[in-house]
Design a binder for this molecule. Structure first.
Ligand SMILES: [Fe+2]
Length: 317
């Protein structure tokens, strides 16, 4: 028996079909329905997440005449994202507060992670207040806060505002909030780092890092349900081997001489307090060519990927 002759289909391609709507909607709810198909539902090409370094923003923030306010590391236009974002789910800013002035921190986020680059002051949120100084890390919740500076102060802050904006959500109210205000003073951070250095790293462990969490996030080891914060260190003349993971990473360079990162084959030189973006899935490695210990603070949407079982961590060397 011979195979049936193929007849050219005269039917149009389903990929060209526009979004379909109900023919005779009986209700508002029916009229809101849209129908796609297996040809036209999965052909949207999102622009990739740009990697690279934000070096101008810290220079601007650290200039002695910078006014009180925020300087945003925004790459939403390059990502085709309708809200400000540094990576699809995270937003980074430098915050400047002139001596004696205050800055509102009213971010639509589950929480925000702050690092004090220089200066000192007080952060007030609800009934709580903390005094912060250079080198401190603190976590604010998604409710309104205010930062007062007793001297010129520059901070770095990362939040999950894009994640909430993407979901069209509001920050959790007081009862549902998954975190409280948390303060990690610089001296305590230094003590914790030394404790780690007194111990032997596990074989195959990725770098020597301090991971920040809190009483309420202790079980997950995260700082926020979806975000992780770590202070990574690199001994002199060493490097953290090439690896990849599906979480995006936003890195603040704290200290490193003759140091750089390789991101997707591109050499990204470190400069003081620069913000480095590692796109999700991009192969990367960090290199310390100097003779002092390098320090860098990394926020990742790692909590989200860990929960979704999509972290995809892989050593590449
Ligand atoms: Fe990494």
């Amino acid at each position: 028996m011979s195979a049936p002759a193929k007849i050219a289909s005269t039917r149009p391609d389903m990929a060209d079909l526009p979004a379909q709507e109900a023919l005779n909607p009986a209700t508002q709810a029916e009229s809101r329905a849209r129908y796609f198909n297996s040809g036209n539902a999965f052909n949207i090409k999102l622009p990739p997440v740009p990697g690279g370094v934000f070096a101008e923003q810290p220079k601007q923030a650290l200039s002695p005449d910078a006014p009180t306010g925020y300087i945003v590391c925004d790459q939403s236009a390059a990502m085709g994202c309708p809200f400000p974002a540094t990576s699809p789910l995270m937003l980074t800013r430098y915050a400047v507060i002139a001596a004696g002035e205050s800055l509102p921190a009213d971010l639509c986020a589950t929480g925000s992670i702050w690092y004090v680059i220089s200066g000192k002051g007080e952060a007030k949120q609800g009934a709580e207040a903390i005094s912060f100084a250079t080198g401190d890390v603190f976590l604010l919740t998604g409710t309104a806060a205010v930062l007062n500076a007793s001297e010129r102060t520059v901070l770095w802050v990362v939040s999950n505002e894009p994640q909430l904006a993407f979901d069209g959500d509001l920050p959790p109210d007081d009862a549902r909030r998954p975190v409280d205000m948390v303060h990690y003073p610089a001296a305590e951070i230094a003590r914790q780092i030394e404790i780690i250095y007194e111990h032997q790293p596990a074989k195959g462990q990725s770098g020597i890092a301090l991971i920040f969490s809190s009483d309420r996030q202790q079980a997950a080891r995260n700082i926020l349900p979806t975000l992780t914060l770590s202070l990574n260190t690199l001994p002199p003349a060493s490097h953290q081997g090439a690896h990849r993971h599906n979480s995006a990473a936003i890195t603040l360079v704290l200290h490193g001489t003759d140091s750089y990162s390789m991101v997707d084959g591109v050499r990204c030189p470190w400069s003081d307090y620069a913000t480095l973006v590692t796109p999700p899935g991009a192969p990367h490695s960090h290199h310390n060519g100097g003779d002092t210990r390098a320090l860098f603070l990394i926020v990742q949407d790692g909590g989200l990927h860990y929960h979704a079982r999509t972290m995809g961590f892989q050593f590449l060397e």
